[in-house]
Design a protein around this ligand. Sequence first.
Ligand code: MG
Length: 263
Amino acid sequence: MYSAAIVDLDGVVWRGRRLISENVEALRTLLKKGVKIVFLTNNSTRSRLQYAELLSHILDTSVSDESVVNSGYSASVWLRRKHGERRVLVVGMEGLTVEAHLQGHRVLDYESWEKAEAVLVGLDRGVTYYKFAAAHKAIVRGALFIATNTDRSFPVENGTEPGAGALVDLLVSSTGRTPVFDAGKPNRWILDLALEKIGGIPTDRIVVIGDRLDTDIEMASRAGLDSILVLTGITREAPSVGPRGMRVYRNLMDAVREGIFDL
Ligand SMILES: [Mg+2]
């Protein structure tokens, strides 16, 4: 039985702006019964604190930013731990800039691209040629090219939209360089940050919950963790084969009803 869960957001808690009510209900139950939950998302558009506030509101309980790991945080922590506090150029939204600041990096304006020691690339709905040109020049000049994640698209209410990976691809194409680091799922680095937040719970009591085989489930499988694939996001049908330790449910409420959590 599981006493902790690492839970994805897009396709699990919400799809676009619509909440996924069965999953929300299940998460409320798990939190009420004391199951430790850390939310783990490749989405860097919001800061961890913004996600925590949003989740507190949705789940009717206080969710701390220490229970949220996103790829903006993951990328910013990686840069600090491996290379120290740096001058960075951000192609991304406010949430990514905030996480970079919180890790002690100095976020430059685009005219100052020559001073950039690293370029952080995340999903940016206001991306312009001007930003790309600054990032391109900084990377060509030798700045570390860091991707928050390489998901090329992600689900919204009525289909999919281009993801951070599509923006990364543009810079790969223009510079001929590939990112030195991909901070998102399925990489072990971001899972380890989530496990740090979970604390000392044995790994056989932790389950990873997500809607994507190529990120959530792949990450869990590589690390030897059990996983739950919910069919509420990008994956709509149970796959015929899956890795060891993966269970498939229509939604998270079905998993809770089956009694696999320590309640
Ligand atoms: Mg997802």
